[in-house]
Design a protein around this ligand. Structure first.
Ligand code: BYC
Length: 318
């Protein structure tokens, strides 16, 4: 009997994917699909939350009140993105606490990009422009991912990321029109963030263990290399508009394909960072754990308040 319902479920799952419709939490799904989504969505949520640290580092040192207000809003948005994604992951039968615990124990990943230090104010421009634009290229595609709750979370996240990318480019524009020292600061930030931003898209297709299956399930609609190339094509002209260069002596433009072709990416560096040996991996998790422990009282107060509200409601209707 169970076997039959699994068969019917699997047929329904295949038909939904074939029709480019969304899979919803009530639907039968293969265990591998569930596990892949939990892995990717958790990693995505953790990236948003850990991603608050490099920029949070500059809130007290923003050069003007307006820039400070914008940066606070952006960092706060990232916390919100983490919440949407943890909530979407919960529809797969896992809890936010479980996922956060796996992050704290080093059993789930977050994006490699957030293990690099933010050394100057220009890094706020470089992160907004390069890192958030890379995130947008990846996430615009994810708006059409097959799992409904994930796709819908992406729609709102993409809107907010667009504001983030524009604020980053606005910082870079201001620096590009500034003094020689400001222009040097801008170029130095681009030199340090360019290659790590390209690595955000994941390993080259030939080494990507999950892409083939994820594309079959329509979780991913494009490969890592396809999205990376789209980002490069969009970003190189923006760098030139700033009067800046990207740190790649082998960069060439191919008239025929319309692609900017890049030199070799240092994949040894990428894997070192992914495996926990980037410049700041240990500090990022240590800082996260400290905040988690110091703020335990907030979680306790919120649960006590929620419990009281629901008791009051039950009593009022009794
Ligand atoms: N960093 O088979 P592959 C943001 C891992 S936050 C670390 O190609 P997949 C923002 C990968 O997990 C943006 N690990 O994997 C926030 C896999 O290992 P496991 C975050 C990486 O999943 C604040 C192995 O390498 N965005 O926007 O098919 C401020 C082989 O890779 C990375 C997302 O998370 C990496 N960069 O494709 C500013 C988007 N790349 O898990 C901005 C959602 C790969 O098998 N995620 N790995 O042990 C995705 O779209 C996909 O997961 C990826 C990787 C394209 C990233």
């Amino acid at each position: 009997m169970k076997r039959q319902s699994d068969e019917a479920g699997a047929a329904q799952f295949a038909a939904t994917l074939a029709a480019d419709e969304k899979i919803e939490p009530r639907d039968w799904i293969p265990e591998g699909y569930r596990q892949t989504l939990i892995r990717q969505m958790a990693q995505h949520a953790h990236s948003e939350v850990i991603g608050m640290q490099p920029e949070g580092n500059w809130i007290t040192r923003a050069p003007t009140l307006q820039r400070k207000a914008i940066l606070i809003a952006k960092v706060q948005d990232e916390a919100g993105h983490g919440l949407y994604l943890y909530s979407a992951a919960e529809t797969l039968g896992t809890s936010r606490d479980e996922l956060v615990d796996l992050l704290h124990k080093g059993k789930q990943k977050y994006s490699s990009i957030f293990n690099y230090p933010t050394l100057s104010w220009a890094d706020m421009g470089a992160i907004g422009w390069l890192v958030d634009s890379a995130a947008i290229v990846n996430q615009i595609a994810l708006q059409r991912t097959s799992y409904g709750p994930y796709a819908r979370a992406m729609v709102r996240i993409c809107k907010e990321e667009s504001f983030h990318a524009r604020q980053g480019y606005s910082i870079m524009m201001a620096l590009s029109k500034g003094t020689d020292v400001q222009r040097e600061m801008m170029q130095d930030a681009i030199d340090r963030w360019w290659w790590p931003s390209l690595m955000m898209f994941g390993p080259p297709d030939a080494e990507s263990t999950n892409t083939a299956q994820s594309m079959e399930w329509k979780i991913k609609l494009y490969t890592n290399d396809e999205l990376r190339q789209e980002f490069i094509n969009q970003t190189v002209p923006q760098a030139h508009y700033l009067g800046a260069t990207v740190p790649d002596p082998d960069l060439t433009f191919d008239e025929e394909s319309g692609n900017w072709n890049i030199g070799a990416i240092d994949w040894d560096e990428f894997w070192a960072v992914v495996k926990g040996n980037g410049p700041l991996n240990r500090q990022r998790i240590a800082h996260k754990l400290k905040a988690w422990e110091e703020n335990a009282w907030v979680r306790e107060a919120a649960s006590a308040y929620a419990a009281k509200r629901s008791r009051d409601r039950i009593e009022a209707t009794a």
